[in-house]
Every structure is written in structure tokens, then in C-alpha cells.
Design a protein around this ligand. Sequence first.
Ligand code: UDP
Length: 487
Amino acid sequence: EEPVSATPPPPSPPHFVIVPLPAQGHTIPMVDLAFLLAERGARATLVVTPANASRLRAAAGLAARANLPLEIVELPFPPPAETGLPAGVENVDQVTDYAHFLPFFTALRSLASPLESYLRSLPSPPSCLISDWCQSWTSDVATRGGIPRLFFHGPSCFYSLCDLNAAAHGLQPQHGERFIVPGMPVRVEVTKETRPGFFKEPGWEAIHEASMEAMRTADGAVVNTFVGLESQFVSCYETALGKPVWALGPFSLYNRDADMMASRGNDNTSDVDAQTWLDEIDEDDSVIYVNFGSLARKPPKYLFEVGHGLEDSGKPFLWVVKESEVISPEVEQWMSAFVLRTATRGLVVRGWAPQLAILSHRAVGGFVTHCGWNSMLEAIAHGVPVVTWPHFADQFLNERLAVDVLGVGVPIGVTMPVMLFGDEAVPVTRGDVARAVSALMDGGEEGEERRRKAKEYGEKARRAMEKGGSSYESLTQLIDSFTLQAM
Ligand code: UDP
């Protein structure tokens, strides 16, 4: 008699525990990543603090309705007596005093013990921890639990490669000096002010060193980018890092429902209906959209320059102004007068705007951006060319990528970073704003070429995320590699 061969049980899906940095520009892509993993059958757990969990209500609701294996786990944030921070500050965008940044990053380290307790409470250890590279304390937790760890690096591979190469050569240019980033497949010129590297200020050495060490000890990197956008930088970064780099984006391009698309983890959603306003615009690609991300706050004099510049450009515009930028009755008055004056041609959205819905609208043809990587990639993924106005961190290098390498950007011409709440003189005038907007929106042959390239990258982005596309297939491989380990 033939022996009956038992069918092996199907492999259980791998479990990814995801630890974002509590800052919108870091959390949003990791929430998207959690959805991508869960939609492809893996189990995804997002670990956040209570105030951040409450911002993810729309995301949690969507996951539940769609029956996705995605859960949100809350870890307690230490109380003000321990951190020296005001009560309720649990996210970088809630920090209103520059002196609170270092205590905030230090406070995050005390999430290690509750994370460890949560991991120990699971019937079996997760397959992998994916943590923001700024959450370096997760590396000890993973090591102690014997759990593989990937780090999520928010910016492009172009930026990360510049950062690695500049650090490897120990280059410290002096003020005013220009230097070429070594080891790059293209020429990249930076200055002391715009060179790559986070946490550069004195006092941040320990945080910086811990983050670098956590990158060195990780099993690989997950990046929100796609091979068709920066193929040579993805492979050079992988070689330089000496470990796998998973290019899985653009994360923002997967199916989502309207509620989640509108809130994207922010409770300060504007009630202005941008969608209806855009629907009424006849001409495609005619509106310039202006938004400087979740953190940058413009002091009044620059807010006014932006407004006047948009007015002078003569183009229809959709401008997002944060409530925290309208800091006095004078600014409020100026805004009211501006809104009245420009009502036939422009829309001012106060608060948090549905950026993805706006960028994907046929009427939007350009974006004045601070070059945060999420905003930049969202523009590219929707085929929208950009005016680049970098403020800090990786944004100056993202500008180089958009303008010099991809050919989809017009620089506004800033060369110095601004602090988040500073009033430093950054010499951008209404003339600069009007000139850059006009160049982007009707820049003749050059303008046409930029738009053509942006649309081409948008098309490539869409294909990368479809079955058979590079990002889709990389995600399959990532999930498979942990499925095999789980067996
Ligand atoms: N965002 C949004 N509405 C807003 C402002 C920002 O949806 O009014 C989203 C934007 O789509 C992006 C993220 O917030 O996903 C901002 O990240 P980015 O890296 O561009 O900049 P950061 O906020 O980190 O400076």
C-alpha cells in the first residue's frame, strides 16, 4: 500500500511590528506601509503612543472595515514630570519651542520597556521589526528579543547615499565653501549649510551616533521610492550599505478610501472643500498648489511674500496655510483681505489639506513644495512638476534630485536652511515666488519638458506598484523571505 503523504500546513503569514517616529512625515508613510503589508496577507502591527493612536482613527476604521490583519497598539508616553515637556506633546508637530526637541527625542527612548513587554506578551515573537531610523532604541529591543530588524529611512536613496558618502569621507566644509559629494554617480554640489545629515547641531551627538549605529546593525532598509525613479541610487545605496534595500514605493499610490485620504493621520482637517473648488476649474493642469508640509511654519513676513507672489503670478492657486502661522490679529486681517482680493482665482485652505486628493486632481498642474520627501514623491507619483523651496534636513538634497537629476523642478533659489520657528532672513521675495510659479506653469518648451517628464515618472510610479512592477514584486519578496523564516 502506498504511504499517504501528509499535506504540510500552509505557512503562517509573517508578522511585522512597525515603529514609526511620531512626526507626520514619518508616520504617514509607515501607516501606508502597514496597509500594503496587510493587503498582501502579512500581519502588521503599528506601535504608537495614545495621542498618535487617536489620530489614526480613520486608518484603524478602514482596516477593520476591510477586514485587514492590521492593528494599532498603544504604548504609554512618559509623563511631563519625567520628560520636562508640556503635557500632551507626543508628536514632533506638537513641539512649539525649539528647546523641546532634544528632550522629545530623549523621551522616546523610554518606550523601549513597554515595547518589550508588548513583544513578550505575544504567543510567538514577530517575524520582523520595521522601525524608523530615528528610533534607534528599537535596535536593542530587537537584539534582546532575537528579532530581525529593518530600518525605515524616510528620504530618497539619492539623499541617503549622499549622506553615507559624505559621512564616510568625514567632509566638513566651512561656511561659504562648496564641495562635491564624493562617490556619487552624478555631480552633487553642497555647502556647509545644505550638506546631508540630520541632528547636526551641537548637543545631538549621542542621538546621531545611536542612529548611525542602529543603521549599521540593522538587517536591511525599507525605502519609500521606486527603481524607475532612482535606479542607480537604489543600487549604489545598497552596495554602500552592504545590506538589502527594499524600494517599495510610492506607498501613497495604493487604493484607499476618501476619509483616510483626507485625514492621513491629522485631526486638524480643514472644512474647506478643496475638491469641489478644483472640480469647477475648467482647464487641466492650470492650478498651482502650495503647501509646506506638516512642520515648517512661516513667519508673517514670508507668509505675505508667498501670498503676494501668488497674486502677482496671475495663476489660479490653492494655498494651504497652517493655523499656527496665523499668529496675530494683524496676520488674520491680512489673510481676510487677501482672500477677498483673490477669491475669483484662488482658494486658501486653513489647516490640514487632503494633499493626495489635490495632487491627483486633473486641474492641478504644479506644486510649490518645501521638498519633504513624501510631498516630493506624492507630486512625482501624480505627474505634477514642482517649484522647490527647501527649508531644512534632507530637503536641499531632494531639491537637487528633482531639479538636476529628474528635471521636474524649478528652484525658488534658497541656499540657507531655516529653523522651524525662526524668523531668520531667508531672502525669498514675492518676485521670486511669481517668477518660479510662472516658469513652472508656462515656461515654454522647458516647461513642457518638465511636465512631460513628471507625467512619465507618474506613469512609471503607477506601474511600479502594480502586479509585476518593481515595488510590488519587491514587497512579495520581502514577505516571502519572512514567510520562509516563519516555517
Ligand atoms: N500632508 C497632508 N496635508 C497637509 C500637509 C501635509 O496630507 O496639509 C501630508 C503630505 O501629503 C505628506 C506629509 O503630510 O504625506 C508631509 O510629509 P513631508 O515629507 O512632505 O514633509 P514634513 O511634514 O515631514 O516636513
